[in-house]
Design a protein around this ligand. Sequence first.
Ligand SMILES: C[S@@+](CC[C@H](N)C(=O)[O-])C[C@H]1O[C@@H](n2cnc3c(N)ncnc32)[C@H](O)[C@@H]1O
Length: 288
Amino acid sequence: MTSMSAILPVSPVGTVEQVSDNQLKRYADLVYERTGIRVSPQKKMLLSNRLRRRLRETGIADFEEYYRHLTRVRSNDPEWDAFLQEITTHETYLFRDESQWTWFRKEYLAECVAEARGNTSPSLRIWSAACSTGDEPMTIACSVAACLPNLTQWRVQIVATDIGVGALEQARSAVFGERAMRLVPDEYRRRFFTKAKDAQIWQAKPALTSMITFRQHNLMEPLRDRPFDLVYLKNVLIYFDAVSKRKVLENVCRMVRPGGLLVAGAAEGIADMLKGFVRLQPWLHRRP
Ligand SMILES: C[S@@+](CC[C@H](N)C(=O)[O-])C[C@H]1O[C@@H](n2cnc3c(N)ncnc32)[C@H](O)[C@@H]1O
């Protein structure tokens, strides 16, 4: 059996090494500059653990050398992707925040159907910003497939973006475990997913995946695309401070078409920052 000391850097007194306060601050500044995420001093242990994984993978000797490596390589270097994958939170699952999805199916999509009457090729464009492993855009696709009659007449585009390359790779595979699927109604499982024979793994069918385009995108930068009817920005700004929240909102709000809607997480803390939007629910905002 491999001893722990063979895996983890240890200090001279034998305790598992952590980043120093100075290193924590420099790493936190680096992460903030790149992503807008604030790494708090309470995350010292977590950051140290995640960094140790990168040291093991890369063979880089210590935290100091790894920091220098990140500052030397270009921002699109694969090591930056691997580092960000380690330090960001990817928690997500299908139909997370159920009441929002009830609203989406029963009110939003019902309204879309009513407005589309008489239109021979209606369209719907939705952006899932910070989509993680794809559970949110898959929930959108699932709801759309279930609720839009004559779906073939519709041009539905779901653009799903995230900063994390690893998360996007998993998202593109469209495979979900039982935990991620726990809130998916049985009827939707049967209609839109194929279950692997011997495992609790569900593969989304092309009827869903064909609606979604995945792209890497940093919310701190503008998205190059046309405005959307509806934008989901959920459970991501909780990790940002006020300055970077404002920057993200500047980029995101201009991608909501006039009359379009922004769905945020209930705890995102952005209501006062949404200048010119009308608040319909604590999590739902309309661009006039
Ligand atoms: C907790 S997940 C939220 C997933 C999904 N929206 C949900 O509500 O279930 C947060 C995601 O935000 C992404 N993220 C963090 N900072 C980002 C940034 N600056 N630009 C784009 N995505 C970012 C992370 O990679 C992560 O996948």
